[in-house]
Design a protein around this ligand. Structure first.
Ligand SMILES: [Cu+2]
Length: 153
Protein backbone atom coordinates (compact mmCIF):
# COMPACT_ATOMS: atom_id res chain seq x y z
CA UNK A 1 0.00 0.00 0.00
CA UNK A 2 2.90 2.37 0.61
CA UNK A 3 4.39 1.76 -2.79
CA UNK A 4 1.37 2.98 -4.63
CA UNK A 5 1.92 6.71 -3.95
CA UNK A 6 5.56 6.37 -5.04
CA UNK A 7 4.50 4.73 -8.27
CA UNK A 8 1.95 7.47 -8.78
CA UNK A 9 4.61 10.13 -8.26
CA UNK A 10 6.98 8.37 -10.66
CA UNK A 11 4.24 8.19 -13.24
CA UNK A 12 3.41 11.83 -12.72
CA UNK A 13 7.06 12.81 -13.14
CA UNK A 14 7.45 10.87 -16.36
CA UNK A 15 4.18 12.38 -17.61
CA UNK A 16 5.46 15.86 -16.84
CA UNK A 17 8.72 15.25 -18.57
CA UNK A 18 6.89 13.77 -21.54
CA UNK A 19 4.73 16.87 -21.62
CA UNK A 20 7.65 19.20 -21.34
CA UNK A 21 9.29 17.26 -24.14
CA UNK A 22 6.12 17.66 -26.14
CA UNK A 23 6.09 21.36 -25.30
CA UNK A 24 9.50 21.74 -26.80
CA UNK A 25 8.60 19.98 -30.01
CA UNK A 26 6.50 22.85 -31.42
CA UNK A 27 9.31 25.26 -30.62
CA UNK A 28 11.71 23.09 -32.55
CA UNK A 29 9.16 22.86 -35.37
CA UNK A 30 8.71 26.61 -35.49
CA UNK A 31 12.45 27.11 -35.62
CA UNK A 32 12.65 24.65 -38.47
CA UNK A 33 9.77 26.45 -40.20
CA UNK A 34 11.67 29.75 -40.31
CA UNK A 35 12.48 30.24 -43.99
CA UNK A 36 16.11 29.69 -44.78
CA UNK A 37 17.50 32.48 -46.90
CA UNK A 38 17.63 31.38 -50.51
CA UNK A 39 20.92 31.77 -52.32
CA UNK A 40 21.24 35.40 -53.33
CA UNK A 41 20.12 36.04 -56.86
CA UNK A 42 22.42 38.46 -58.60
CA UNK A 43 20.90 39.31 -61.92
CA UNK A 44 19.33 41.97 -64.02
CA UNK A 45 16.26 41.47 -66.11
CA UNK A 46 14.22 43.18 -68.76
CA UNK A 47 10.83 43.61 -67.13
CA UNK A 48 9.19 44.87 -70.28
CA UNK A 49 8.52 44.49 -73.12
CA UNK A 50 8.06 40.74 -72.82
CA UNK A 51 10.08 38.23 -74.79
CA UNK A 52 8.63 37.88 -78.28
CA UNK A 53 6.51 41.02 -78.09
CA UNK A 54 5.70 43.14 -81.10
CA UNK A 55 6.11 46.83 -80.35
CA UNK A 56 5.52 50.19 -81.97
CA UNK A 57 8.06 52.97 -81.56
CA UNK A 58 8.80 54.68 -79.38
CA UNK A 59 8.62 51.98 -76.72
CA UNK A 60 10.08 51.78 -73.25
CA UNK A 61 12.48 49.15 -71.98
CA UNK A 62 12.15 48.70 -68.23
CA UNK A 63 14.92 47.00 -66.30
CA UNK A 64 15.11 45.43 -62.88
CA UNK A 65 18.08 44.48 -60.74
CA UNK A 66 18.35 41.84 -58.05
CA UNK A 67 21.29 41.60 -55.68
CA UNK A 68 23.04 44.69 -56.99
CA UNK A 69 22.54 48.39 -56.46
CA UNK A 70 21.95 50.67 -59.42
CA UNK A 71 24.07 53.81 -58.99
CA UNK A 72 25.31 56.55 -61.31
CA UNK A 73 28.51 55.80 -63.19
CA UNK A 74 31.45 57.39 -61.39
CA UNK A 75 34.31 55.93 -63.40
CA UNK A 76 35.31 53.80 -60.43
CA UNK A 77 34.32 50.19 -59.78
CA UNK A 78 32.57 49.50 -56.47
CA UNK A 79 31.56 45.99 -55.36
CA UNK A 80 27.86 45.29 -55.84
CA UNK A 81 27.17 48.59 -57.57
CA UNK A 82 26.84 49.54 -61.21
CA UNK A 83 24.54 50.65 -63.97
CA UNK A 84 22.52 49.19 -66.79
CA UNK A 85 23.52 48.93 -70.44
CA UNK A 86 21.51 47.89 -73.45
CA UNK A 87 23.22 46.38 -76.46
CA UNK A 88 21.02 46.50 -79.50
CA UNK A 89 21.53 44.01 -82.33
CA UNK A 90 25.09 43.18 -81.35
CA UNK A 91 27.17 41.06 -79.03
CA UNK A 92 28.82 42.12 -75.79
CA UNK A 93 32.14 43.45 -77.14
CA UNK A 94 34.21 42.22 -74.20
CA UNK A 95 33.60 40.63 -70.82
CA UNK A 96 36.60 42.31 -69.24
CA UNK A 97 36.99 45.67 -70.97
CA UNK A 98 34.81 48.75 -70.54
CA UNK A 99 31.75 48.77 -72.78
CA UNK A 100 32.46 51.30 -75.52
CA UNK A 101 30.50 54.38 -76.39
CA UNK A 102 29.14 52.87 -79.58
CA UNK A 103 25.86 53.37 -81.41
CA UNK A 104 24.68 49.87 -80.42
CA UNK A 105 25.56 50.34 -76.72
CA UNK A 106 23.29 52.45 -74.55
CA UNK A 107 24.92 53.41 -71.25
CA UNK A 108 22.43 54.23 -68.52
CA UNK A 109 25.06 55.91 -66.40
CA UNK A 110 22.51 58.17 -64.72
CA UNK A 111 21.30 55.10 -62.79
CA UNK A 112 18.05 55.07 -64.73
CA UNK A 113 16.13 51.83 -65.03
CA UNK A 114 14.13 52.54 -68.15
CA UNK A 115 14.86 53.93 -71.57
CA UNK A 116 12.70 54.99 -74.48
CA UNK A 117 13.75 53.40 -77.73
CA UNK A 118 13.05 54.65 -81.22
CA UNK A 119 14.75 54.69 -84.59
CA UNK A 120 14.95 50.93 -85.04
CA UNK A 121 14.05 49.51 -88.42
CA UNK A 122 10.84 47.48 -88.53
CA UNK A 123 11.58 43.81 -88.01
CA UNK A 124 13.18 41.54 -85.43
CA UNK A 125 15.69 42.91 -82.94
CA UNK A 126 17.74 41.45 -80.10
CA UNK A 127 18.51 43.53 -77.04
CA UNK A 128 20.98 42.37 -74.38
CA UNK A 129 20.90 43.94 -70.93
CA UNK A 130 24.32 44.01 -69.28
CA UNK A 131 25.18 45.31 -65.82
CA UNK A 132 28.57 46.97 -65.55
CA UNK A 133 30.52 48.67 -62.79
CA UNK A 134 31.23 52.36 -62.48
CA UNK A 135 34.06 52.01 -64.99
CA UNK A 136 31.63 50.39 -67.48
CA UNK A 137 33.26 46.94 -67.21
CA UNK A 138 30.64 44.15 -67.31
CA UNK A 139 30.23 42.54 -63.90
CA UNK A 140 30.75 38.81 -64.43
CA UNK A 141 28.78 37.94 -61.30
CA UNK A 142 25.60 39.59 -62.57
CA UNK A 143 23.44 37.45 -64.85
CA UNK A 144 22.41 39.17 -68.07
CA UNK A 145 19.11 39.12 -69.89
CA UNK A 146 18.29 38.97 -73.59
CA UNK A 147 15.12 40.20 -75.22
CA UNK A 148 13.91 39.37 -78.70
CA UNK A 149 11.21 41.65 -80.05
CA UNK A 150 9.71 42.66 -83.36
CA UNK A 151 9.36 46.32 -84.18
CA UNK A 152 6.18 46.81 -86.19
CA UNK A 153 6.64 50.48 -86.99
CU1 LIG B 1 28.36 52.40 -68.81
Amino acid sequence: MRRLPILAVATAVSFVSACSGADKAPVADSVAAVPVAAPAVVAIGIASPAEGDSVMQPFTIRLEAMGVEVVPATGTAEPGKGHHHLIIDGDVPSDSLPLPAAPIVIHMGDASTERNIEGLKPGPHRIIAVFADGAHVPMASVKRDTLNITVIK
